[in-house]
Design a protein around this ligand. Structure first.
Ligand code: NAD
Length: 507
């Protein structure tokens, strides 16, 4: 890898000498009690800066600002909101390098991938208004009486949005758009490890949106819990782990009757049939692991590959060789293909799984350690492949959320379906065969919300994304998400007979 970055390219220029503040109403603010926490560069382990740590009182102020802003925001209508969405899209594109650099610094995700995330965010800002304009209510026929019965959608008011760390800017931007275009205002909290791009996004919003429409608070459990339990927030959208998702459902229920959608973890299977072409499957398995986007720290990543025994040995050999080519290094270095894991704590957790795989008797084919030349302060792990895994092992059953994949050889169709379905997760799956009967039958048998046939990892915006079983509640990126941020009202009108209705009118 070539060495140091020139100053002009160094992403630290977007952090140095800068104060990161939360957006509450029309003001960029510190937390009321002055509390802050450090955010760390996982490529080096160095402190980047300190950011506000929101308390319950700060969240209360954010909710008040959102409540004040909501009626006028709703009144604007979809077209009025769309104009502001388009302006935001342009502003985000102008600041792409800044947002992507902050994400690379803060999360360890490679800079190029984070540039793509910002482009997707701008695209989403342009797509949501079109989808919202196509949403209509229903009229309900009751022809015998000729009365009028119809439904209409109305926003909840203030929506609370709590996010995971793995796509910081993209989540902070795209995961609030359905709620906003529906006429809600929002209080959003990014992942605790990756606050910087959301705070920069708050600065952009302040220049473009009416005050209070978007409020950005940073912090950890206290701020998250304050959002979940706030009495004025009736709709909560959560992206994160299953244990936190369960806590959020519980806390939401303790503080009211609330609508909670959950986008949670995955332990996603790829099933390779004997007729599959390894020239296609091997690169797809690499892509499916999302190594070059977020080091495998993605809910939808392929983490279990079930390969028919006829192809198994050749697959393992070629897949290991493919993974071995990936250059691991600092997220913002031009030669880097895969960065470090997000934090020391998460690195330790992932390494714990690597150790458990070894201890439980799986074969470590490649990886399991940092690259030899990596910065010892950073949280690096080479792409890691285990073979000889069986479904009783922890690495086969639990979400690792890192660059670790397990390979299984299979002989019997019914058994492989049973094994693929035997975990508590049900987010994505990928099927490889040219036999369409097998492909579609298998897609119907797999318990997962998003299935690719001869493809992996890509989200096709407009189609519902979400999980079966413990992987979640609700669907995103589609009309289903839009509807989930709207209350449905039924209105019944008894129409009088015209002669009765016109009584008393001048003829
Ligand atoms: P996490 O559950 O630790 O944290 C998620 C968010 O919840 C953070 O903002 C955190 O500060 C907040 N939080 C933590 N405890 C809370 C509490 N008690 N009350 C309220 N808020 C609380 O998850 P993470 O480590 O940030 O993200 C990784 C997880 O997210 C993985 O399991 C991954 O699969 C999942 N994920 C799912 C999707 C999806 O679309 N299905 C997308 C990305 C990530």
């Amino acid at each position: 890898m070539t060495d140091t970055l020139t100053t002009a390219l160094d992403p630290h220029r977007f952090v140095e000498g800068r104060d990161f503040r939360m957006l509450i109403g029309d003001r960029l603010v510190d937390s009321g009690d002055g509390a802050t926490y450090e955010t760390i560069d996982p490529s080096t382990g160095a402190v980047l800066t300190r950011v506000p740590q929101a308390s319950r009182a700060d969240v209360d102020l954010a909710v008040e600002a959102a409540l004040d802003a909501q009626p006028a925001w709703e009144e604007l209508g979809v077209r009025g909101r769309a104009v502001l969405f388009y302006r935001l899209a342009e502003a985000i594109e102008e600041r792409e390098e800044e947002l992507a650099s902050l994400d690379a610094l803060d999360s360890g995700n490679p800079l190029d991938a984070m540039r793509v995330d910002v482009k997707i965010s701008a695209q989403n800002l342009r797509d949501w208004p079109a989808l919202a304009l196509s949403l209509t209510g229903e009229t309900v026929p009751e022809a015998s009486k000729g009365n009028l019965h119809y439904t209409r959608y109305e926003p909840y008011g203030v929506v609370g949005r709590i996010l995971a760390f793995n796509h910081p800017a993209m989540f902070a931007i795209t995961r609030i758009l359905a709620a906003l275009i529906a006429g809600n205002t929002v209080v959003v909290k990014p992942g605790v490890q990756t606050p910087l791009s959301a705070l920069a996004f708050g600065e952009i919003c302040r220049e473009i949106l009416p005050p209070g429409v978007i409020n950005v608070v940073t912090g950890g459990v206290e701020a998250g819990d304050a959002i979940v339990t706030h009495p004025a927030i009736k709709r909560i959208g959560f992206t994160g782990s299953i244990p936190t998702g369960r806590k959020i459902q519980q806390r939401a229920a303790e503080s009211g009757v609330k609508h909670v959608s959950l986008e949670l973890g995955g332990k996603n299977a790829m099933i390779v049939f004997p007729d599959a072409d390894l020239d296609e499957v091997v690169p797809a398995a690499r892509k499916g692991m999302n190594l070059e986007v977020c080091q495998g720290q993605s809910c939808g990543s392929t983490s279990r590959v079930f390969v028919h025994r006829e192809l198994h040995n050749a697959f393992v050999e070629r897949f290991a060789a493919e993974l071995d080519t990936i250059r691991v290094g600092p997220a913002y270095h031009p030669d880097t293909q895969m960065g470090p894991l997000v934090s020391r704590e998460h690195h330790e957790r992932v390494m714990g799984y690597v150790e458990s795989g070894r201890a439980e008797g799986a074969t470590l084919v490649i990886g399991g350690e940092p690259p030899p030349d990596s910065d010892p302060g950073g949280y690096y792990l080479r792409p890691t492949l285990f073979d000889g895994v069986d479904m009783e092992m922890r690495i086969a059953r639990e979400e690792i959320f890192g660059p670790v994949v397990s390979v299984f050889a299979w002989d019997d169709y019914e058994s492989v379906i049973e094994e693929a379905n035997s975990v508590e997760y049900g987010l994505t799956a990928s099927i490889w065969t040219d036999n369409l009967h097998l492909a579609h039958k298998t897609a119907q048998r797999l318990q997962a919300g998003y299935i690719w046939i001869n493809d992996s990892t890509i989200h096709y915006w407009g189609t519902p994304f979400g999980g079966f079983k413990s992987s979640g509640v609700g669907r995103e990126e589609s009309t289903d998400e839009l509807k989930s941020y709207l209350e449905l009202k039924a209105i019944h009108t008894i129409l009088k007979d015209p002669s009765q209705a016109m009584r008393g009118m001048s003829q």
